[in-house]
Design a protein around this ligand. Sequence first.
Ligand code: ASP
Length: 333
Amino acid sequence: MTNRRRFLQSSLLMAAAASLPKARAASGPARAKVVSTWDFGVPANRAAWAVLESGGSALDAVEAGARWAETGQCNATVGRCGYPDRDGYVTLDASIMRGDGGCGAVAALEDIDHPISVARKVMEQTPHVLLVGAGARQFALAQGFTPRSLRTPEAEKAWREWLKTSAYKPEINIERRALPGNKENHDTIGMLALGADGRMAGACTTSGMAFKLRGRVGDSPIIGAGLYVDDAVGGATASGVGEEMLRNAASFLVVELMRQGHAPAEACRIAIERVVAKRPEASKTLQVCFLAMNLHGEVGAFALHRGFVYAVCDADRQDALLESPSVYASSQT
Ligand code: ASP
């Protein structure tokens, strides 16, 4: 065999090997991992980890974790207790994706407290990817979900207070837990899981930006913006002002950067730099955060502003909460 033929043959073998999900070849329960955005990611990860630990799939794990965030806490930015839009309606956005490309999503869904499970039904029971508004609600009811009012007394009070000024102002989350009265008015749980079999899945669920325009949809239910997962590479998810993720097809961008060979943290950093380059002035006053995990279970994050934390859970550490690096050291730039 000539040197050239030998070279071509080994290149092809390497290319074939590179296209295989490598984690799958060397998988085992020790490899499983789940990561998610923000501090509520810690208990949400635990719910997801219980599924992975008992041999469940990455898809089942992220659904369980997202469901915890939607109803296991009363949070102004995710699920049942989410703040309403400017007209007083609580509308929820969610997406779910498997690493083989299967995906489903709902946007501007009302009266249903587990949008992530409706998104999964869209993926599994329909030929579509995204259902919105009244149609999404109708589909959820047809699937047996029980409608309930999602506007809590706390959200009602916050909305009535907001009506006094009606000023739409996303709050950067820096040191939000220390803020008197916690001014937080947007966040999302984005979760990525790597199963023991090397397969990946992701989920993303939010009530979006508090006091948004009626009908506004953010990045979270848009595949490629708030969430993207590919078994051959890894996954990425986002939190922050969703318009920036939509402008940049952000989660897809992060995954494609990993496909080009960048480590997850590096991919998130480059994507954040893209956000800054596109809107340098706006980026000083808005938060954008990316979280990524590759198929080897390497995790990375990057944010525009300080204060983004993410939770990591695997066989070695159950409740890790890590601070992401950021472009700006302060939200008050
Ligand atoms: N990305 C969400 C949205 O724009 C909000 C957030 O995560 O802060 O709806």
